[in-house]
Design a protein around this ligand. Structure first.
Ligand code: UDP
Ligand code: MG
Length: 321
């Protein structure tokens, strides 16, 4: 069997022409001084500047450099996904292209996967060089919510610098904008040995951040989605059926008591009970029974969708003999 390559670097980029050459030099220096066999996979996520020309030049100078060019800006998640498909190294390391992440961290991240047995190691920008109001404070809140919903104790879910065992990246599918939650995807796929390493962070040297303020709104909505999908995605009826049953039961009890009141008041007071529409119970039973049925239907439809479109497996195979 040929020796497996040590490291695949996956680097998504959007308009980072100023950084690419410097980044490539720095990576090459670190890799050769540690004698790693490696590949660098650049994914050009629809850059409109000179980035792709520079990458072409790098590929002609250095056979370790490989690259994909997207036809348009499909987003960092898609770029990572494409890089993961291509990666071959025993350890896959993702890194931003803007020089905010330091290639000097690569050797120790590699060690943590290979020697310490982690499935995934996430960088932690403990001392962070970004704007306080626009990034640091919202990101604290965001990480707190992600910790609570996922049960993974990371301080910095969205750090671009992460290392993975090859098996992990081959078994997760980074959809939408889920690059913020890759540790959660990994955990859901069964890779629970997740570690963290404090990494050096630098201020952005060139250009501007490629994500606007909408990142926070989208980030939180994605968090709700991922929580829901990981908990009930494979069994929607368990959630909607339960809620629907509770709702319906409340409605049924309310309707039952209306009927009971009618009978009792005739029997004991010998006069007809007030009109059912005068009783609040009537409205309660009306709404809850309708809501209950709707929730049930949502559950059924969810199950139908799952059954008709079940092309992604529900399991991860760890080993095969
Ligand atoms: N990026 C990308 N596609 C996008 C947005 C960003 O490939 O649609 C890349 C970007 O070029 C950089 C990395 O993702 O290499 C992180 O982006 P950025 O530095 O703008 O994020 P920040 O550091 O501000 O969180
Ligand atoms: Mg950056």
């Amino acid at each position: 069997m040929p020796l497996q390559m040590n490291i695949s670097l996956v680097i998504p980029l959007l308009n980072e022409e100023e950084s690419l050459q410097e980044l490539h030099q720095w990576i090459s220096k670190v890799m050769t001084s540690h004698d790693f066999s490696y590949e660098i996979i650049f994914i050009d996520d629809g850059s409109t500047d000179n980035s792709w020309n520079l990458i072409e030049k790098l590929t002609s100078q250095d056979s370790a450099v490989k690259a994909l060019k997207f036809a348009a800006n499909f987003g960092k998640s898609q770029a990572l996904n494409a890089g993961f498909k291509k990666a071959q190294g025993e350890v896959v390391i993702t890194m931003d292209a803007d020089l905010q992440d330091s290639p000097d961290e690569i050797p120790s991240l590699y060690e943590m996967i290979v020697k310490d047995g982690y499935d995934l190691v996430s960088g932690w920008k403990k001392k962070r060089y970004d704007s306080k109001i626009r990034k640091n404070i919202p990101s604290k809140l965001f990480n707190w919510a992600a910790r609570k919903t996922s049960g993974i104790s990371l301080n910095d879910f969205n750090c671009g610098l992460k290392a993975y065992r090859l098996k992990v990246v081959k078994n997760i599918n980074v959809r939408g904008e889920m690059h913020r939650y890759i540790p959660v995807l990994a955990k859901n796929a069964g890779f629970t040995n997740i570690g963290e390493k404090i990494v050096k962070h630098q201020a952005r040297k060139y250009g501007l951040t490629k994500f606007g303020m909408e990142r926070f709104v989208n980030g939180f909505l994605d968090l709700i989605t991922i929580w829901f999908v990981s908990k009930f995605g494979k069994r929607p009826m368990h959630l909607f059926g339960l809620l629907g049953t509770c709702m319906f039961a409340i409605g049924f009890l309310a309707a039952f008591s209306i009927g009971l009141l009618k009978l009792l008041s005739l029997h004991y007071y010998h006069r007809p009970a007030p009109l059912v529409t005068d009783s609040p119970l009537f409205y309660i039973s009306l709404t809850t029974m309708i809501l209950g049925t709707q929730l049930f239907l949502a559950g059924f439809i969810g199950e139908l969708i799952l059954r008709s479109k079940n092309n992604s497996p529900n399991y991860t195979v760890l080993e095969e003999l």
